[in-house]
Design a protein around this ligand. Structure first.
Ligand SMILES: NC(=O)c1ccc[n+]([C@@H]2O[C@H](COP(=O)([O-])OP(=O)(O)OC[C@H]3O[C@@H](n4cnc5c(N)ncnc54)[C@H](O)[C@@H]3O)[C@@H](O)[C@H]2O)c1
Ligand SMILES: O=P(O)(O)OC[C@H](O)CO
Length: 333
């Protein structure tokens, strides 16, 4: 039985711990708060994040991160992206030699503009061959309810991808593998930004034509951006790109979509942040993504307008007419 740790007992960390336990792994989940760790271990519940879900018996939780990491073969990390570096710095000395480290996160670090796998490699000083990322159309609550879902495990090392995918597969979740870490990670980051745009136009009251236009043109932006950074275009057409874009843009479970809807309904950025009690990664990733786009000369009209709505310089109702850069000349699709 593979012994694994999951760091972060929010909605995705807890759900993924259940996925791994239901796949037969011996799983310990690190929760920052001791009372939450006790609730998970004793009552098999994480009522704040996954109300109504009963967690499996082979999943326990602990607030002592040293105990959680002791002797594990794989470490899955699911904390807010902007806190990853500080979390890793505190536990670097506890990561077992030769263990594999897996990012479950979908964000880019502000300031450095690094992907989560890059932050892991730097902060833990480990070979990229030991690092993997998981992404795909993976709304936590649906998976916690054991609805059939597919995901992607990506690593530059095929053995790492395969070893993680075996552990992260169970009767309701199937993990595929690829070696395009850049495309897989950026797919998860960029779909959040398009989902914020979808939420905004939904909040304004626009209908399906507007949303389909944004999803379709959004996929073009995602692909142009990711390919400029070395991704394979087919990755963006796969589960970690189009798949996740559909799930996140269609679901009211999505925090990014929800944050956008509140903006579209007229709430200010600060009011939206106050109302969100879970992580909406897209809000923090807009700035570093646009900086990265500018560095490669990639045009991202939809993401740019999300940034303007967040800044309060563009009215939500005006986001949809600007599906390309402003020019009177017709542009190729
Ligand atoms: N929820 C989903 O459906 C889902 C699915 C796929 C990927 N993800 C990704 O997983 C990552 C985590 O998301 P989540 O949904 O679990 O978020 P969440 O807000 O539900 O939980 C975040 C967890 O991180 C912990 N944490 C550790 N250090 C922290 C710190 N310094 N500040 C704040 N919280 C800290 C919190 O206590 C909490 O348990 C994000 O990158 C998200 O994009 C989420
Ligand atoms: O709730 P969101 O918007 O963070 O989306 C969750 C997952 O990333 C969907 O795959």
């Amino acid at each position: 039985m593979t012994r694994v740790a999951v760091l972060g007992a929010g909605s995705w960390g807890t759900t993924f711990a259940k996925v791994l336990a239901d796949g037969g792994a011996d799983v310990t989940l690190w929760a920052r708060r001791q009372e939450l760790a006790e609730q998970i271990t004793r009552s098999r519940r994480n009522s704040d994040y996954l109300p109504g879900i009963t967690l499996p018996a082979n999943l326990s939780a602990d607030s002592d991160v040293a105990a959680v990491l002791d002797g594990v073969e794989q470490v899955f990390v699911s904390v807010p992206s902007q806190t990853l570096r500080e979390n890793l710095a505190a536990i670097r000395h506890l990561i077992p030699d030769d263990s594999r480290v897996v990012s479950l996160m979908k964000g880019v670090e502000k300031g450095t503009r690094f992907r989560m796998s890059e932050v892991i490699e730097q902060e833990l000083h480990i070979d990229p061959a030991r690092v993997a990322v998981v992404s795909g159309p993976n709304l936590a609550m649906e998976i916690a309810k054991e609805q059939p879902t597919a995901s992607v495990v990506s690593s530059t090392d095929p053995d790492t991808a395969a070893a993680v995918a075996v552990v992260a597969t169970n009767p309701y979740l199937r993990s595929f593998v690829n070696n395009d870490v850049i495309g897989t990670e950026f797919g998860g980051v960029l779909k959040n930004l398009i989902a914020v745009a979808i939420g905004i136009v939904d909040g304004v009251g626009y209908g399906e034509n507007t949303k389909a236009s944004i999803i379709t043109r959004g996929l073009v932006e995602m692909t142009d951006f990711a390919v400029a950074y070395g991704a394979r275009p087919e990755t963006l057409s796969g589960l970690a790109g189009l798949g996740d874009l559909i799930a996140t843009c269609e679901s009211s479970l999505s925090r990014n979509n929800t944050a956008g809807r509140l903006l579209g309904q007229g709430y200010s950025f600060s009011a939206v942040v106050r109302q969100m009690n879970q992580t909406a990664e897209g809000l923090a990733s807009v700035a570093p993504v646009l900086e990265l786009a500018a560095a490669k000369g990639v045009d991202m009209p939809i993401v740019s307008q999300v940034a303007e709505v967040l800044a309060g310089t563009l009215a939500p109702r005006d986001i949809a007419p600007h599906l390309t850069t402003d020019t009177d000349e017709p542009q190729g699709e």
